[in-house]
Design a protein around this ligand. Structure first.
Ligand code: CAA
Length: 254
C-alpha cells in the first residue's frame, strides 16, 4: 500500500494534519496540495473539530518548500497554474472558519513557510529553521510570502530575508513575531495541543468571527474594518453561547 502524503488524525476536538513525505523533507507537490485542501475541508465540515494543527512528519522538517524536482521543467504557464493551485491552499487555510495552528518541527522553508504564514498561529521546536530561499533557485516566493512576511515583520526585514534567501532560527522567528511560542522538540506537539485545547474551549462562533474580523479587517481601511467588526459582534447575539456566557456572568455577580 502506498503511504498517504498527508495524514489526518482527530484527537478529541482537534484535527491534526501532517505533511508526510519525510524522505523529501515534506516538500509540497501537486498530490500534497490536493490532499491538503481535501483534509482542511474535512476539518471545516466536521462540527466536532474546533481547531486544526498542521505539522510535518519526521523530526527534520515541517516543509522544506515546494517540490523543486516537480517544478524544474515547468514553463511559465505551468508555473502559473501550479502557483494558483498552491494559492487555493493558502486561501483555504486563511478563510477556514476555525483557527489553524502550524506546529513547526524543523525546516520551514519556501512554500512551507508561506503555508505557515497563512495559519493563524505558529509554534516551533527549538531546532526549527525558517527562510524564503527561492532567490537561490532563480525564482521568488509564489504563495504570498512577499506579502504576508512584510505584514508580520515589516518591509525592510522581510526584504532582507527574500533578497538573501538566508535562514533564521526559532528564537529569531519568535523575536520577529513570526512564531508565537518556541518549545523543546519533544514537547512541541503536547504544548501545541494544550494551546489548541484552550482555544477549542471557546465559542466556535466567536472564534470564526474573530478570525474573519481580524483577517479581513487588517486588509482594509479602519472605517470599513470597524464596521465589519460591528457586524461580526452583533451576529454573536444570535448564538446560544452569547446568551449562556452573559447569563453565567450575571448570575455569578448576583
Ligand atoms: N523539493 C524537493 N526535494 C527536496 C526539497 C524540495 N524543496 N527539499 C529537500 N528535498 C529532498 C532532497 O532532494 C533529498 O532527497 P534525496 O534524498 O532523494 O536526495 C531529501 O529531501 C533530503 O534533503 P537534503 O539531503 O538536501 O537534506 P539536508 O539536511 O542536507 O538539507 C535543506 C536540508 C537545507 C532543507 C535542503 O534540503 C534544501 O535546501 N532544500 C530546498 C529548500 C528550498 O529551496 N525550498 C524552496 C523551494 S521553492 C518554493 O518553495 C517555491 C514557492 O514559493 C512556492
Amino acid at each position: 500500500m502506498t503511504e498517504q502524503v498527508v495524514l489526518y488524525e482527530k484527537k478529541e476536538n482537534i484535527a491534526i494534519i501532517t505533511f508526510n513525505r519525510p524522505g523529501a523533507l515534506n516538500a509540497l507537490n501537486t498530490e500534497v496540495n490536493l490532499k491538503l485542501i481535501e483534509l482542511l475541508l474535512t476539518a471545516e465540515n466536521d462540527e466536532e473539530v474546533k481547531v486544526v494543527i498542521l505539522t510535518g512528519s519526521g523530526n527534520k522538517a515541517f516543509v522544506a518548500g515546494a517540490d523543486i524536482k516537480e517544478m524544474m521543467t515547468m514553463n511559465s504557464m505551468q508555473a502559473r497554474a501550479h502557483a494558483l493551485k498552491a494559492k487555493r491552499v493558502t486561501d483555504t487555510i486563511w478563510n477556514l472558519g476555525k483557527p489553524v495552528i502550524a506546529a513547526i518541527n524543523g525546516f520551514c522553508l519556501g512554500g512551507g513557510m508561506e503555508y505557515a504564514l497563512a495559519c493563524d498561529l505558529r509554534t516551533a521546536s527549538e531546532n526549527a529553521k525558517f527562510g524564503l530561499p527561492e532567490v537561490n533557485l532563480g525564482i521568488l516566493p509564489g504563495s504570498a510570502g512577499t506579502q504576508r512576511l512584510p505584514r508580520l515583520i515589516g518591509l525592510a526585514r522581510a526584504k532582507e530575508y527574500c533578497f538573501t534567501g538566508g535562514m533564521f532560527d526559532a528564537k529569531q522567528a519568535c523575536e520577529l513575531g513570526i512564531v508565537n511560542h518556541v518549545y523543546p522538540a519533544e514537547s512541541l506537539m503536547n504544548e501545541t495541543m494544550m494551546l489548541a485545547q484552550k482555544i477549542a474551549s471557546k465559542s466556535p462562533h466567536s472564534l470564526k468571527l474573530i478570525k474573519a474580523a481580524m483577517n479581513r479587517g487588517t486588509e482594509t481601511d479602519l472605517e470599513t474594518a470597524a464596521l465589519f467588526e460591528i457586524d461580526c459582534f452583533s451576529l454573536c447575539f444570535s448564538t446560544q453561547e452569547q446568551k449562556d456566557g452573559m447569563k453565567k456572568f450575571a448570575e455569578k455577580s448576583k
